[in-house]
Design a protein around this ligand. Structure first.
Ligand code: NOJ
Ligand code: CA
Length: 706
């Protein structure tokens, strides 16, 4: 009975509000019809004083905010089962006492929201934002009587909460030294994680490992977890990171199941500088019964403000090729010299290849002065407007335009942030004047030239500045060595894709031999839940013979997948800017290249048909603005067979399935190249049997027949 207290979802139209001041009767008779029962119970039930709840629209996810000995905590239950136990909220400041103790609830407000919105591009076209909101105002009972609001939104696919600091006498300018937000798990779930404090600490370019939450140390988000009974998948992350430090997580006590927000510091150790009024990013807890329901993750997008751009017509997903892999396998250089990749002639060759094969863009790296010598150490020497003498930017831009291809400009900063920001306006104005509307940025460094963590508030502000400058100049962005995605693309759809994980490039040169076959099956359920990734699939010369002059040995860096799996990655690893990463010459005479030519880069619908983290994934997506479906299936080092019902197809309609499967005896280790291409007629009643080789995959295009 008590469950219908203030926590009962208030079902009304979007935007209506019920307000209750603690200990006083309801003030707005207008909403009594719907709010009365809830409010009356809460104010008359002594044991529940200091405790308020909000439930998701389906009633399954319930967040309780509660005062415990003067401290504000929250907890989370799903289907009545505790997932997150009462967990601490609060902050520590420099030169001010912690904001944590001696609190009282002064006010609560509620709101419900139900709205559909359309993504200009994405994994799905239409998104439903359906949630119930609870805002809990708290204040210190003693001076300086600081106050904040805990705003909670409960969705069917998870919950988000954030802190809001109104303007107030007791809190003006502040310096946060620690955010005390905790996540105390009832269970000791299994977590798939990458560290936040070990080699390449600021780049997210590590391999994932899995283990019980209690043995984690410091890790990055999104952090994907599975409860021990397998009933619930939980993903911790954040949304709408605008002017704050990135949140990592750290375990609080050894053998404990509590993780705490671990904010990335600026050079002087301060985590966040701010001034009221101020809001933090949302802390998000995505929930699903089955792992296949985690993707596409929409919770974070719903917690970002809507698109602010007047027009998004110019923002177009595309596939692209680039003067890129050659540098990674050492057949070309970024620097000037005899093997300089970014020459006018080379760029035109790539543009011709793109035009001939229907690619939307061509990336050119190493075009601008600054690459000679140690380009990481010399980061402040990069210019973003001056090209090397053998590269005529204006000529290449004009040629690209004439061939109907977009030139993607490369801006590697190596973390020389002020150097880049100084040039931002002039560089973007130049690109704009040449009709260039896409940039790939890069931040190869561990600490910025200014001495800040890659993930600090300093960098968060920088990334935002670049997004805004790009938006003003009509430029789409692909960011490498990026901070994690917190849903920026909803507000700025020109922020299209990013790296922020260990991508294909590691297969070219990494000392540990490249990405293991399971890697992408983990990425899908971890990194990709934050947003699109520029993984750069599509390597056909898997043993990198053209680079090395001989097939690379199994212990050397090479691509540890079959060729069919490279094709499947186009469907599995979503990116609105999707690269065909290999050298054009490696696609010549390859029938399997047709799949890369055909596959879409923008989707109307996405269905995850099957999957297990670290083992396999099967995904079906319908192209945006068309009737074709694409299926991608990938496996780890084990061969697997799937029976896939095509029930997602329109009933009664006939389709042709073009199937790119691992060939006989294919396997990633010593026979990765064979691909069998077959065609057959299918309908929504068909079950397709997909046989995947060890380290293999399968890619299918299903287009309407006739
Ligand atoms: C690392 C990026 O991930 C890669 O794509 C780029 O080629 C190099 N940095 C050079 O900027
Ligand atoms: Ca990288």
């Amino acid at each position: 009975m008590l469950r219908h207290d203030v926590g009962a979802p208030v079902r009304r139209h979007a935007g209506t509000l019920v307000r209750r001041c603690a200990g006083t009767p309801v003030r707005r008779p207008r909403v009594l019809v719907l709010g009365l029962a809830a409010v009356t119970l809460a104010t008359t039930t002594a044991p529940l004083r200091g405790q308020v709840r909000v439930a998701s629209p389906d009633g399954r996810n319930v967040v309780t905010a509660q005062l415990r000995e003067g401290r504000l905590t929250y907890s989370l239950a799903r289907d009545g089962r505790a997932l997150v136990l009462p967990s601490l909220l609060g902050f520590e400041f420099r030169e001010a006492p912690p904001l944590r103790d001696g609190l009282r609830i002064t006010d609560t407000t509620r709101q419900s929201h139900d709205e559909w919105w359309t993504q200009p591009w994405g994994e799905v076209a239409r998104v439903r934002d359906h949630h119930n909101e609870l805002a809990v105002s708290v204040a210190e009972t003693t001076a300086p009587n600081r106050r904040f609001i805990l705003r909670v939104r409960a969705f069917d696919d998870g919950v988000g909460f954030r802190y809001e600091f109104p303007e107030q006498p007791g809190l003006g300018a502040f310096e946060i030294t620690d955010e005390l937000t905790e996540f105390s798990f009832a269970d000791n779930p299994r977590a798939w994680s990458i560290p936040s404090d070990r080699p390449r600490m600021d780049r997210s370019e590590m391999l994932y490992s899995s283990g019980p939450l209690s043995v984690l140390d410091r890790v990055q988000t999104p952090l994907t977890m599975e409860t021990r009974d397998g009933r619930t998948f939980i993903v911790l992350h954040e949304a709408n990171l605008v002017d704050y430090a990135r949140m990592n997580l750290r375990t609080m006590r050894l053998e404990d199941r509590t993780v705490r927000a671990d904010l990335a510091p600026m050079g002087d150790g301060i985590k966040v500088r701010g001034r009221t009024p101020f809001v933090t990013p949302w802390r998000t807890i995505q929930l699903a019964d089955r792992v296949t329901e985690l993707s596409p993750a929409l919770l974070g997008l719903n917690l970002n403000p809507p698109n602010v751009l007047a027009s998004t017509d110019w923002i177009r997903p595309m596939k692209y090729v680039g003067i890129w892999w050659g540098m990674h396998i050492n057949t070309m250089t970024w620097a000037s010299g005899p093997r300089h990749g970014a020459t006018t002639a080379n760029a035109k060759r790539y543009i011709d290849f793109a035009a001939a094969n229907g690619f939307g863009g061509v990336l050119v790296e190493g075009w601008n002065v600054g690459w000679d010598g140690d380009w990481i150490a010399n980061r402040n020497a990069f210019t973003f407007t001056r090209a090397y003498p053998d590269y005529d930017l204006a000529e290449v831009a004009a040629y690209a335009r004439q061939r109907g291809v977009r030139l993607i400009v490369h801006n590697e900063t190596s973390g020389g942030i002020q150097n880049y920001e100084r040039q931002l306006d002039s560089a973007f104005a130049l690109y704009r004047s040449l009709g260039l509307d896409a940039i790939k940025t890069g931040y190869v460094t561990d600490t910025t030239a200014e001495g800040h963590s890659h993930w600090s508030q300093f960098m968060v502000r920088h990334y935002r500045r670049v997004i805004e400058a790009a938006a003003r100049n009509g430029i789409m962005l692909d960011v490498h060595e990026s901070i994690h995605d917190t849903g920026e693309r909803r507000t700025y759809p020109n922020m299209m894709t990013r790296e922020g994980a260990r991508g294909q490039e590691y297969n070219a040169w990494s000392g540990d031999g490249g990405n293991p076959p399971e890697h992408e099956t983990i990425l899908f359920f971890t990194r990709l839940l934050a947003g699109p990734m520029d993984f750069t699939p599509g390597i056909f010369d898997l043993l990198i013979e053209r680079g090395t002059g001989r097939p690379r040995r199994p212990d050397e860096a090479r691509v540890r997948t079959t060729l069919a799996k490279q094709l499947a990655l186009y469907v599995v690893l979503y990116s609105p800017l999707q690269m065909a990463a290999d050298l054009p010459e490696n696609y010549e005479g390859q029938p399997a290249f047709q799949f890369i030519r055909d596959v879409a880069a923008d989707w109307d619908t996405t269905r995850v048909l099957d999957g297990r983290i670290g083992d396999y994934v099967v995904v079906a997506r319908r192209e945006r603005g068309g009737q074709s479906w694409f299926v991608g299936a990938i496996t780890d080092e084990e061969g697997r067979t799937f029976d896939v019902p095509l029930s997602f197809l329109t009933p009664g309609r006939r389709y042709v399935a073009e199937i790119y499967a691992d060939g006989p005896n294919a396997n990633w280790l010593d026979n990765p190249l064979p691909v069998t291409i077959t065609r057959r007629t299918v309908t929504s009643m068909t079950r397709l049997r997909l046989v995947l080789a060890p380290g293999g995959g399968q890619a299918i295009r299903i287009r309407p027949a006739g």
